[in-house]
Structure formats: structure tokens, C-alpha cells
Design a protein around this ligand. Structure first.
Ligand code: PHE
Length: 335
């Protein structure tokens, strides 16, 4: 009987080797371990074994059952996991290349920029996307009747909060919390209530920067931005400043970069102008500093609102902003 049991075990081990299909495995398990399976049938003969030998045979039978159960369970597990049993794992076979995901182009550029700023001593902060009217507008010296508050552009909530229309909502929050000197960037989503087209989406990413210290001027802003842009584009970029109005900076500018697609000669990406508008910026308005509890006689600073989504589009030459949030794998797989 002992021999029969051992034979049963080795036979099962042999049979199980080739199995890759969970149904076949289940049938085989039943054949061996089922209520009317081979083991059960074999054990019926125990009554023919001499009484004094029974405990020994019983123990062997138990061990065989335990081992079979273990083998089947393990196989079930590995077949369910990847469709192949690890009993026939062959380390000399060529590997199976599985498709894995990768970072979204937006995430990748954001990480690059964060790294570049971290090297210049900026700390990365996160903040609320659901914001009060105060931090989104009032604290930033945006008057009540300013068109930016218009329902055309802003998603208003019933309780008078807003979906932040820009990452500038963090300027006063951060100054209140950390005071001066301050050096931080705030990447994140912003929302605008407008109809979408190839260059506008209701949800997009900005990367705000704020530096407050003694004797800060526009030269510092330009130096920081040029260093950043050459890191991102891996090339020396030419920038220009044009006057631009934002109630929370004085003076305010629009920073353009020379189009990298045509190198300034004129192309569809830069609308034939040779320049691409990339970043509104300026020196922090004294009122904003004061609203954040910072003495504007003692400190000055610069702020910028980098269009992260636009930068990604420039870098990868993407011609429709809506692709970025489409979740379309045909688009995403290209990066
Ligand atoms: N928050 C402004 C916008 O979204 C951009 C900006 C940021 C301008 C910082 C100046 C300084 O349009």
C-alpha cells in the first residue's frame, strides 16, 4: 500500500508538469484529491492492511495528501497569476516583454521643472483647487468688477467658492504661512469656464513661482527663467519681455520665447511671429505682499505663472491641447 501511495504521488507530479490551463488543472486535482478520486479509492483498501501497520500507512497517506494539496494550490496560484506554471520556468528562455505604462508628458515636464527649481533653492508646494473668492481674487488685488471674475471665465460654486482660475491663489496663502524671505513653486491644475478648442481647455496646468527677498528686481526674474528654459529645452533660448497687465504685479510682463520650432523665422506654431507667449510675470505688487503680512518697504519679489500645459505642447510639438487630457492611448503611447 505504501508503494501504491508513493506511486500515486509521483504520477501526479509527472502529470501536473505540463499543465498550463486552470480548467485542466482543476480536473486533475479532482481526479487525485476529489471525494471519489484516486487517493480516496486507494485509502478504502486500508481495511485490508494489518492493524499494527495502519498508523504508519495512515501517516504516509496524510503526507501524500498534504503534498498533493500543496502542489495543486501552488500551481493554481501561479496559473492564475500569469498563465504559466513556475514548475516549467526555464531561465534560459528569452524574456517575455510585457507592456507597461509610462509617465504622462505633463508629469514628466513638471518633474523636470521641479528639479531645476529645487536646484535654485525653490521648495515645491501644493494647494487647494477649490478656493475662496478671497485667495483667488481679492487678496491678489483683483477688484470686484474685474472681468477676470466674470462668470464667463470662472466656475463658481453655490457657496461662492471657485475652482481656482490660476495657481496664483497660493501667493498670499504661502506668504501668510511662511513669511519672507520666500522661494517656492506651485504646480497644479487651474480651471476656466470657457469653450474648448485646439488651444483652450477648461482644465490645464500652470506652474506658479514666487520669490520674495530683499532687493529683488526683474534681472533676477529673467536670469531664473532663462536658466530654467534652457534646462527644459536642452538649448539656449532667447526670451523677450513685453508689458502685460495683471493687478497683482507691478510692473507686469509677458515673457515670450523665440519659437523653437522655426528658430524665429515664422511658422504655424508661432503664428508666423517667431515668438511664443509662454509666461506672464512681474514684480509682486506691494499690496499682495502686505496682504500676506510681508513688509513691502523691506521686501520685494517676483512672481510668474508658467503655462505648464503650453510648455509641454511646445516641447513635444502637440497641436491640440485637448489631446493631453483625452486619455487616448494612441496619443499617449507616442511619448
Ligand atoms: N495668474 C496669471 C494667469 O493665470 C498669471 C500670472 C502669474 C501673472 C504670476 C503674473 C504673475 O493669467
Amino acid at each position: 500500500m505504501e508503494a501504491k501511495l508513493k506511486k500515486l504521488l509521483s504520477q501526479a507530479k509527472e502529470e501536473v508538469k505540463e499543465i498550463k490551463d486552470s480548467q485542466i488543472l482543476a480536473d486533475l486535482k479532482n481526479k487525485y484529491l476529489g471525494r471519489k478520486g484516486d487517493l480516496a479509492v486507494l485509502l478504502k483498501d486500508i481495511k485490508n492492511v494489518a492493524t499494527e501497520e495502519r498508523p504508519v500507512i495512515g501517516q504516509i497517506a496524510n503526507e501524500v495528501k498534504k503534498e498533493l494539496t500543496h502542489i495543486f494550490n501552488k500551481l493554481e496560484h501561479s496559473i492564475n497569476q500569469d498563465g504559466a506554471s513556475d514548475l516549467d520556468f526555464d531561465p534560459t528562455m528569452p524574456g517575455v516583454k510585457r507592456e507597461i505604462g509610462h509617465l504622462h508628458p505633463n508629469t514628466r515636464v513638471q518633474a523636470e521643472i521641479e528639479k531645476a527649481f529645487a536646484q535654485m533653492g525653490f521648495v515645491v508646494f501644493d494647494g487647494p483647487e477649490l478656493e475662496s473668492e478671497y485667495y483667488n481674487f481679492t487678496a491678489l488685488n483683483i477688484p470686484e468688477d474685474h472681468p477676470a471674475r466674470d462668470t464667463q471665465d470662472t466656475f463658481w460654486l453655490e457657496d461662492n467658492n471657485v475652482l481656482r482660475t490660476h495657481t496664483s491663489n497660493l501667493q498670499v496663502r504661502m506668504l501668510e504661512k511662511y513669511g519672507a524671505p520666500f522661494r517656492g513653486i506651485f504646480p497644479g491644475r487651474a480651471f476656466r469656464n470657457e469653450s474648448t478648442d485646439a488651444s483652450h481647455d477648461h482644465t490645464f496646468y500652470q506652474l506658479e513661482g514666487l520669490l520674495v527677498d530683499k532687493n529683488i528686481n526683474i534681472g533676477h526674474l529673467i536670469a531664473v527663467m532663462k536658466s530654467l528654459l534652457s534646462t527644459v529645452f536642452q538649448a539656449e533660448v532667447t526670451v523677450r519681455l513685453r508689458p502685460g497687465f495683471f493687478p497683482f504685479v507691478e510692473p507686469g510682463f509677458e515673457m515670450d520665447i523665440k519659437c523653437l520650432v522655426c528658430e524665429g523665422l515664422g511658422c504655424p506654431v508661432c503664428k508666423q511671429s517667431g515668438w511664443v507667449e509662454l509666461m506672464p510675470c512681474g514684480l509682486v505688487h506691494p499690496k499682495v505682499l502686505e496682504n500676506g503680512g510681508v513688509n513691502s518697504q523691506e521686501y520685494s519679489g517676483f512672481a510668474f505663472g508658467l503655462g505648464l500645459t503650453r510648455l509641454v505642447m511646445m516641447k513635444y510639438k502637440i497641436n491640440d491641447i485637448r489631446l493631453l487630457q483625452s486619455g487616448d492611448l494612441r496619443f499617449l503611447r507616442q511619448f
